[in-house]
Design a protein around this ligand. Structure first.
Ligand SMILES: Nc1ncnc2c1ncn2[C@@H]1O[C@H](COP(=O)(O)OP(=O)(O)OP(=O)(O)O)[C@@H](O)[C@H]1O
Ligand SMILES: [Mg+2]
Length: 465
């Protein structure tokens, strides 16, 4: 997309010359000859220029007034002013309002080019920051944890509370695929530590020694094979968040060491005498029942109590089947967009099959199933044949068989067809499918031959194709 420039200039010659010059330089230029003209383009035509280059005094007023009114609505646009008779007062006001630069006429083109280039760089950088912040906010706000069930609502409420307070530790529980990783990201990126690192360690993935040196780091020669100095993950997470996934798999002696580091907010690298202070928030996740592990002596109770100041238990999908209604359309839309597919209709039979399954892999399994179906679909109908869920065989007998697209018809309800168009389309398609046989088409449409004949004539359709 070319960068767009709005020039506000009432002197016709100068306006044209600037327009020509910047069009040649690759800008998409709009020229407004008055403030009213500029306002119309910005407000009615939703023009979003990267830079506005404006004369100060125009026939219908002072451009600074326009800037003051519109600045909030154009947060990533830079304003440059050109003025015939520079008044100190105006330049002060312009800069106070956040104008990028204030240039006196006549201004050398070379100088204007330079200023404009640097204003556009600044505007682009701001635009990127705003987009990233919006994206990050949407992706990792509590709303990213989707579901209409009470359990899901409670999770979102907890997340909203937790992202507003400086908590030191939390335990996230839930079966595999219930969103523990997602919740950890929401807690970090949605909270006050978002600008600092989120460091993740899967305790099930490493043998004990490696886990210890990963977590605490080591000095050169601390143990056989410790070649250089290594900053541990606790250190790397300083100021941010340490996400310890599968904490239930951490050996007991390391648990003791971790507890000490969390309590003292200090630790030592392996092979070092020096204590290092850290400020980390700890998110500890496990698919195992940590309380039961404590009872069975498999997990240290002191560490558990230190970590479980807050507990967030994520429900298994089979207990919140109503969440399917929000999750499935979300995943369909996401995969539609990624793979340029256009699934719009989810037949009742598909819903029935989804509800009948017990989802041992929870939301991750659902995501994979939806992905397979959307990728294999041709057309707007969610294909039941790719569900491949064992739960389908458990469907009650007498439930409607999955319908296929050949049995039905897709009609977009987005205003692109009016009611008559739809009527005509339904009749035409049905006739085609019955090779122009009016009797068969009338039966399929549940109407009489006479009614159908009347409409065929009305729409100018042919009976035999
Ligand atoms: N409630 C939800 N709303 C939206 N997406 C979800 C939800 N729950 C899970 N997901 C998505 O499902 C996938 C699996 O979730 P995630 O990886 O967070 O699970 P997990 O609990 O960490 O699993 P594991 O124990 O296997 O590591 C991810 O893509 C995640 O974004
Ligand atoms: Mg995970």
């Amino acid at each position: 997309m070319p960068n767009s420039l709005l020039i506000i200039e009432d002197e016709a010659l100068l306006g044209q010359e600037l327009t020509r010059h910047y069009r040649r330089a690759g800008w998409e230029v709009e020229l407004a000859r008055s403030l009213a003209d500029a306002r119309r383009r910005l407000e009615e035509q939703h023009l979003e220029p990267l830079v506005i280059l404006s004369d100060m005094n125009l026939p219908d007023g002072n451009a600074l007034d326009l800037m003051e009114q519109l600045k909030g609505r154009l947060p990533h646009c830079e304003w440059l002013f050109l003025t015939g008779y520079g008044s100190v007062q105006e330049s002060v006001r312009a800069l106070r309002l956040g104008a990028y630069e204030f240039l006196e006429k006549p201004c050398e083109m070379d100088r204007l080019d330079l200023v404009l280039a640097s204003a556009s760089r600044s505007a682009l950088a701001q635009r990127r920051l705003i987009e990233q912040a919006e994206l990050g906010h949407r992706r990792y706000s509590p709303e990213a944890y989707v579901g209409k069930s009470q359990a899901a609502q409670r999770v979102r409420e907890m997340l909203a509370r937790l992202t507003r307070v400086p908590f030191s530790a939390i335990v996230i529980g839930g079966e595999t695929g219930t969103g523990k990783g997602l919740v950890a990201r929401i807690l970090h990126y949605g909270g006050k530590r978002a600008q600092n690192p989120l460091v993740e360690l899967n305790c099930a993935a490493l043998p004990r020694e490696l886990l210890e040196s990963q977590l605490f780091g080591h000095e050169a020669g601390a143990f056989t094979g410790a070649v250089g100095r290594h900053r541990g993950l606790i250190e790397q997470a300083d100021g941010g968040t340490l996400f310890l996934d599968e904490i239930g798999e951490m050996p007991m002696d390391l648990q003791a060491k971790l507890l000490k580091a969390i309590e003292d907010r200090k630790f030592r690298r392996l092979g070092s005498e020096r204590e290092i202070s850290v400020d980390v928030q700890v998110l500890a996740a496990s698919h195992r029942d940590l309380e039961a592990m404590v009872r069975d002596g498999e997990f240290r109770s002191d560490l558990y109590h230190r970590l479980s100041v807050f507990k967030l238990m994520l429900p298994p999908l089979r207990e919140v089947l109503e969440d399917l209604e929000e999750l499935v359309p979300l995943f369909v839309a996401e995969i539609n967009a990624k793979a340029a597919k256009q699934i719009k209709i989810i037949p009742d039979a598909v819903w029935a099959a989804l509800r009948a399954h017990d989802w041992p892999g929870n939301v991750r399994e659902l995501h994979n199933v939806v992905e397979r179906c959307v990728l294999f679909a041709d057309g707007p109908l969610f294909p039941a044949q790719w569900l491949q869920l064992p739960g389908r065989s458990a469907m009650a007998p007498g439930q409607p068989a999955p319908i296929s697209e050949a049995d039905g018809l897709f009609i977009p309800l987005d205003g692109s067809m009016d009611l008559d168009d739809m009527d005509r389309y339904i009749i035409e398609t049905t006739l085609n499918r019955h090779h122009g046989n009016v009797t068969a088409a009338a039966r399929a449409l549940g109407t009489t031959r006479e009614t159908l004949r009347y409409r065929i004539r009305k729409y100018g359709l042919r009976e035999t194709v």
